[in-house]
Design a protein around this ligand. Sequence first.
Ligand code: AMP
Length: 602
Amino acid sequence: MEFATFAQRVAAIEAEPADLEIVTLVTELFEETLETPSLEGVNPGSDAGHGTDSSDDLDTPDTLEIVARFVQGRVFPAWQSRTLDIGPSTCYEAIARAAGTNVRTDDVEARLADIGEIGEVAASYDLGGQQGLGAFGGGSSSDDGTDGTDLTVREVYETLSELAAAEGAGSQDRKVDLLFGLVNRCSSEEARYLARLVLSEMRIGVGEGTVRDAIAEAFDVPGGEVERALQVSNDYGQVARVARDDGLEGLTQLDLAVGRPVQAMLAQAGTVTDALEEWECAAVEWKYDGARIQLHYEPDSDDASETIGVFSRNMEDVTDALPEVVEFAEETLENPVILDGEVVAIDDDGTPLPFQEVLKRFRRKHDVEKAREDVTVRPVFFDCLHADGDDLLEEPLTTRHDRLEAVLRDGDEQSRSPENVDGLSLLWRSDDPEEIESIDAEALEGGHEGIMLKNPESTYSPGRRGKHWRKRKPDVETLDCVVTGAEWGEGRRATFLGTFELSVLAGEAGDELETVGKVATGITDEKLEELTALLEPYITVEEGQEVSLEPEVVFEVGYEEIQTSPTYSSGYALRFPRFVGVRSDKETADADSLERLERLRG
Ligand code: AMP
């Protein structure tokens, strides 16, 4: 397919406002790749010979594959770490050179500042016909400078691949030369989309759903199966080709592959209330304050050597930056797996350090060993997408977690409790808000970010920010309440005060107190001991387990909601109150008032 045809179709897609119509145009574009005669010189016959082309070889995709990626603004499959690795200035320089000897990069930048969009800028020059390194093929744009040239989609792809591969001394010049060679052969319309493609700014309104629907329509396969295939393969090109060559059967055979990262499942913000209402029982995990990783491992076999790949949330290959994770894989794993987790920076005692510390290590390319001396990282895994030949995306979370535990136990089924399984993120199942609060408290105490709430029955949806994973919303506002009463605990906690009655200031002078709830959660045993010592001197009346307290101590509390309630004297109740800390810097008179409570309720 000529690049001019591609550019023309893409221009029509960009101009089309209706989503359904866009799907039709993309479908037609895909179908058109089949009609293209194989005049493209390289790998003849690959476009016409369905099922016979050799595009399993990553470097020789056929035209449909290239077009399916280009139309999404991608040159390479999403899972590949390969990038063009050029800055905007390389592109400006190539455009300037193709625009004529009197045009300099500064002029391109000035036009960009004026017009605001690189495609429009590239199209605004009279390009082509410039001599120079890289202007191979003797190419020049057609006579009128707007219509077709002899540049093909495949040539664009191949030149961009060569550009991506250029490295070492002089590689930036080489990249400019290669890009100049392409731009110099472009018509205005081709240059518009080439510049946008190269700078990842295609933005023609073709999203994932559009490509999915167009593949389904063009090759008569079910959209749901295309979607699944896209999730596991992460490559629109491959899915389009398989749909074309092998239909539904081919698509169902596409599976996860070790070494080919999939998009990470993402979380929404949410509350314990929502989670329990929707699922009745929640899977609760600590939320680690690190960077997301996907670990791919395959032991060596007769045909291949050991594979260890560590990928970021954006599927960048970060293996070399994280030797601790590689060592972990070598020591712990035996069979092929794909694990999802977080890499966390830790201090000498293993206590987590803030996220910023991980960043010092995460994408580092040089001096990794030296950086490792300053900041140590360790992986924690919370999900298992593939183990021992089984794809687990469709399995419920709890099953995947059991597989994860088995993988990390490394054959040791008995002797270690889950807490002692290296690299395993623990999972609790609970329908009890108090228990969930105490897991949260423990997480915070342990230096983690809080908790994640997950639907125990949910499957793994790559790339989706669905409601099955919820990161607990941090409290929007906290309240500073006066502690006016408490109860002695029971059993193990009999010598501690717990369940603290909370009050806010009320009355015209703000010198009265009205109760708003009781907080019993978010407090560890250690903290309870401390709080008992702090409050005991203020006990005024004791009746059974209940005590009244002089209003001297102020607690900061979080909550999920403020509700009206007949239970407390203020007429309001805090829903799911949790202890945040003692405001030792505050006197009773500095606590929050009923008026503020009413304002916060909105
Ligand atoms: P956020 O980055 O605030 O959107 O929170 C979601 C991120 O939390 C995920 O992408 C992970 O990197 C991270 N995370 C930490 N602990 C967990 C966990 N137990 N389960 C899932 N994600 C987690």
